[in-house]
Design a protein around this ligand. Structure first.
Ligand SMILES: Cc1cc2nc3c(=O)[nH]c(=O)nc-3n(C[C@H](O)[C@H](O)[C@H](O)COP(=O)(O)OP(=O)(O)OC[C@H]3O[C@@H](n4cnc5c(N)ncnc54)[C@H](O)[C@@H]3O)c2cc1C
Length: 416
């Protein structure tokens, strides 16, 4: 088992998290050749969780310990899975690592987005403690843009890694959308997660962010929507409906999650979109319209089209907008126009070095890919940490690197 843990942790900094929350049905288990041969897949997620929990129980999981401490330091913006994975890799390589996060806890969406019934919070806290014990310094409630500019951080560190995630909710545009009972998914999930920690949450206690006894309508078809419907069920909602404008086969969310939600009593209303939110100063319902799938767009996905005269009213006391997330205006927030972003606001990097348009500033995770998965955040962060190591190594050992490159060139040309 110890060897199994060593193997599993060689390529993954949070295998116990991936074992629990990766959509294995569309990743490893979905590609398992045994599954394809009709035998039923190897339950890779459960195996990964079991191996890592055994390792924790036996004390085999240790804080990152470098062979030698280096003077160079790296500032990491964001303590989500990308920031945590990079911090561990960099610390192991000997760098001084400071992680800045605007939240009051380490873990990013693993702590305040993903519900506790999918990922227990102590699992994330346990890793954060190991990083801390290994010498990683966390600066919590520290918002880059408010407490420091990117330039300020650059002057403090030899390299910077941006792992800030994506947090701008996609808005619904429909009459009545400003009613107080229409909430953003992340506000709703954060309130529920904070409640789980025992934090004071006035908007939960007042009922605004609590589904108990309510007719809840969640709009969206991704993993965030699944987390909202399943949280609402656990809070004791009277009914929970999930409105999605495409059909089951075209849902972006994990099918396993949909099945779980159905088993728990969630009513999926496929091919349906909101048209207006009804009520004068209090939400009474959603006027919805039926959709059909038209011809494919440039991405190959069929475009939903409204079906004429198909409007109907769905009664509701709480609507949760779970349409997904885009990046915030990072250059504006960080006070620099030198940081190049793409059309959708994600940070542009050179995929070989993971460096952005600014020298010594790297980026990884959702802020580069757009809303994605924990496993990709970890993978990208490991690549970024390797890129930072190469960059800083070249700064401290320029002569050694030049000699190594020259020797490599000579070997290639047959001189050595
Ligand atoms: C509701 C929900 C459910 C999900 N469920 C799953 C799932 O089941 N499985 C899965 O694999 N993935 C899931 N995901 C996606 C997954 O959580 C993300 O892909 C992953 O967390 C991205 O990691 P990250 O480190 O890039 O960003 P994040 O986890 O978003 O972390 C970014 C961190 O940066 C901090 N930050 C941002 N701006 C600043 C700033 N200016 N200054 C300081 N700090 C800042 C934030 O506070 C945050 O802590 C889910 C996402 C959501 C929203």
């Amino acid at each position: 088992m110890e060897e199994a843990y060593e193997l599993s942790s060689r390529t993954n900094n949070l295998p116990e998290v991936c074992g629990r929350i990766c959509p294995q049905d569309r990743l490893c288990e979905g590609n398992c050749v045994i599954e394809q041969a009709g035998h039923g897949t190897v339950t890779i997620g459960s195996v990964e969780t079991y191996i890592t929990e055994t390792a924790f129980a036996n004390g085999w999981v240790k804080p990152p310990t470098p062979n030698q401490d280096l003077a160079q330091s790296v500032g990491v913006i964001g303590a989500g899975p990308a920031g945590m994975a990079a911090a561990e890799q960099l610390r192991k390589a000997g760098y001084q690592v400071d992680v800045y996060d605007r939240h009051d806890r380490v873990g990013g969406l693993m702590v305040y987005g993903i519900p506790g019934f999918k990922l227990e919070k102590h699992i994330v806290g346990r890793r954060a403690r190991l990083l801390h014990d290994g010498g990683v310094r966390f600066h919590l409630r520290f918002e880059v843009g408010r407490d420091a500019t990117l330039e300020n951080l650059r002057s403090r560190h030899d390299a910077i890694l941006i792992c800030a995630g994506v947090y701008r909710s996609r808005e619904i545009t429909a009459p009545g959308v400003g009613l107080p009972e229409i909430k953003q998914a992340l506000d709703y999930l954060t309130a529920s997660n904070r409640k789980g920690f025992g934090d004071p949450v006035p908007e939960f206690d007042s009922g605004l962010l609590n589904a108990n006894g309510k007719r809840v309508v969640v709009i969206g078809g991704g993993d965030t929507a699944m987390d909202c419907v399943r949280t609402a069920v656990r809070q004791g909602a009277q009914s929970v409906k999930c409105l999605y404008r495409r059909d089951r086969g075209n849902m972006p969310g994990s099918m396993r999650e949909v099945t779980h939600a159905e088993e728990e009593g969630v009513d999926f209303v496929w091919l349906t979109a909101p048209e207006a939110f009804l009520g004068d100063d209090r939400l009474e319902g959603v006027r919805a319209i039926r959709m059909r799938l038209g011809s494919p767009d440039s991405s190959g996905r069929q475009t939903p089209r409204p079906v004429l005269d198909s409007n109907h009213v769905i009664k509701a006391d709480l609507v949760i907008n779970a349409l997904g997330f885009d990046p915030e205006d990072i250059p504006g927030m960080f006070g620099t126009s030198d940081l190049e972003v793409g059309q959708w606001g994600t940070i542009q990097i050179d995929s070989r070095t993971m460096m952005t348009s600014m020298d010594g500033v790297f980026a990884a995770g959702d802020i580069v890919r757009g809303a994605s998965l924990v496993v990709w955040a970890i993978r990208d962060a490991r690549d970024a940490a390797a890129g930072i190591d190469r960059y800083l190594r070249a700064k401290r050992e320029p002569a050694a690197i030049e000699m190594a490159l020259a020797s490599q060139a000579r070997r290639r040309s047959g001189y050595e």
